[in-house]
Design a protein around this ligand. Structure first.
Ligand SMILES: Nc1nc2c(ncn2[C@@H]2O[C@H](COP(=O)(O)OP(=O)(O)OP(=O)(O)O)[C@@H](O)[C@H]2O)c(=O)[nH]1
Ligand SMILES: Nc1nc2c(ncn2[C@@H]2O[C@H](COP(=O)(O)OP(=O)(O)OP(=O)(O)O)[C@@H](O)[C@H]2O)c(=O)[nH]1
Length: 451
């Protein structure tokens, strides 16, 4: 399961600055999609081949009793409880405050692995800064500057140490899997905000079907995988909230958890994003969708409770989706009723197609041909005196498909042109259902691109 780093600290210590730094590398992979707004509190990070989640709890006031601050504290509490690693940020310039001490006590009680991070320490003597904060009893302080990036890499390495050896093993397994990829059983996550009908869909999917094996969730910290079979095809359902079998039906044993949802999305090959037709599309729907795209997951959109809405509402929902989730243009949409079992076969059909698209093999000659045709139809715009030269393309990965384009002066290809190319590749290779990543690799020779 993907590790989650949770940033905690009083207001103004630099949590957002650190959050941005930790999530920046991953963001850079996603061509900026119109309409996609990022959640400022939940993000992806990556160190080498190890992905991780970062959660910024905002200003944490453990003593607040009511109001918005209390609500934030409540959310922070649940993030703390679910953290794999807590990063407790303090301000090296302000020095130790009583509020820091109160937070430290609270964090130690959680029993989660904890690292004390002293921020804003650029230009300061590390040993001296560390000495002051040692007395907090949170172990050796890590001295960093989030604004300048000093010590951030070491911080992440230390925080992720328990996962790093495991990564090596996972990676070999993943590389080995690749050849038999399409035969592999897809992992499917059903994601969506509270009350959209996820449990109902799971029950409709699993209820009467043969569940091949089902482990009772002993430790809820690990992803629970439920293998099932439908119409002779095998799938593995990644649970987002801790499923428990109660008689013939499944029920979720935990309330909605953003972190569990995001972990399941990361773990899955295909995400079924569920929204509620009786409600307008919300920021939270858009954030979950955006997160799935950043993770590169294949995606199917299920608009649920279609039975409960009239024609007027149906039209309105379609317009709303087109407007607020327009960056999901690559995904197939199904209007369904999880409760009545209507449209469910369609969802699985699209899961199959999205998975096949996500694992598509694209040979270099074909890719290069499609690239050539695309450039011939519309050349990339000039940048200053040079025009980017796109020479050939090869496939750099699957789920999501990564297309690596080689050439010269590729640093200045605009995002709009990248989206144009994405469209060309999508169409040529029939990649509907999966996002696509394009990466550019410029040749080093500065004279090669004169034209
Ligand atoms: N000198 C210095 N300033 C920093 C550093 N990191 C953050 N800051 C500054 O500290 C201030 C607060 O940073 P934020 O990242 O907004 O802090 P925060 O903890 O997210 O604050 P809240 O959103 O109020 O919880 C900003 O003015 C930052 O520019 C650093 O490494 N060095
Ligand atoms: N009319 C109608 N109601 C539905 C449908 N699917 C689910 N519901 C109802 O919506 C409510 C929420 O359904 P759940 O399946 O519990 O939703 P959930 O997304 O699992 O909710 P959380 O566990 O809170 O995340 C229940 O009252 C369901 O009966 C549907 O297709 N049509």
């Amino acid at each position: 399961m993907i590790p989650t780093l949770v940033l905690v600290g009083r207001p103004n210590v630099g949590k957002s600055t650190l959050f941005n730094r930790l999530t920046k590398t991953r963001d850079a992979l996603v061509a900026d999609l119109p309409g996609l707004t990022r959640d400022r509190h939940y993000g992806h990070g990556r160190m080498g081949n190890q992905p991780f989640l970062v959660v910024d709890t905002g200003g944490f006031e453990p003593t607040a009793k009511d109001g918005i601050v209390h609500e934030m504290a409540r959310q922070a509490e649940s993030a703390i409880a679910e953290a794999d690693v807590l990063l407790f940020i303090v301000d090296g310039r302000a020095g130790l405050t009583p509020q820091d001490q109160a937070i430290a006590d609270r964090l130690r009680k959680s029993g989660r692995p904890l690292h004390l991070v002293v921020n804003k320490a650029e230009g300061m003597v590390r040993a001296m800064v560390a000495a002051e904060f040692h007395e907090m009893g949170c172990g050796d302080p890590l001295v960093i500057s989030a604004a300048h990036g000093d010590g951030v890499r070491e911080l992440v390495e230390l925080a992720l140490e328990p996962w790093v050896n495991k990564v090596g093993a996972d990676e070999t397994a993943a590389a080995g899997d690749d050849s038999a990829a399409v035969a592999k059983v897809p992992k499917v996550a059903i994601a969506g905000r509270p009350n959209v009908g996820k449990s109902t869909l799971i029950n409709t999917l699993l209820g009467e079907e043969r569940v091949i094996a089902f482990d009772m969730p002993g430790t809820t910290r690990d992803a629970i995988e439920v293998p099932f079979e439908k119409n002779g095809k095998h799938y593995t359902l990644i649970d987002t909230a801790g499923l428990r079998r109660k008689g013939r039906v499944f029920e979720t044993i935990e309330k909605f958890s953003v972190i569990k949802t995001l972990q399941a999305v990361e773990e899955a090959n295909v995400v079924v994003l569920m929204v509620d037709a009786s409600q307008d599309i919300s920021d939270q729907d858009a954030h979950i969708a955006g997160f799935a795209i950043e993770a590169g997951r294949a995606l199917v959109l299920a608009v649920n409770k279609w039975d409960a809405v009239d024609d007027y509402r149906r039209e309105r929902v379609k317009v709303d989706i087109g407007r607020k989730l327009n960056f999901l243009g690559f995904a197939r949409v199904h209007y369904v009723s999880a409760l009545k079992g209507q449209g469910i076969a369609g969802i699985l059909g699209s899961v199959d197609k999205a998975w096949a698209a996500a694992m598509k093999k694209m040979p270099t000659p074909q890719l290069t041909r499609v690239l050539g045709a695309a450039v011939q139809k519309q050349a990339p715009p000039r940048h200053g005196l040079s025009r980017p030269k796109l020479r050939y393309a090869h496939q750099g990965g699957s789920n999501p498909p990564i297309i690596v384009i080689h050439g010269n002066a590729l640093d200045h290809v605009p995002a709009s042109y990248t989206r144009y190319l994405e469209g060309c590749f999508m169409e040529a290779f029939k990649l509907q259902g999966t996002p696509l990543r394009i990466q550019y690799k410029s040749s080093r020779n500065p004279f090669a691109d004169k034209d």
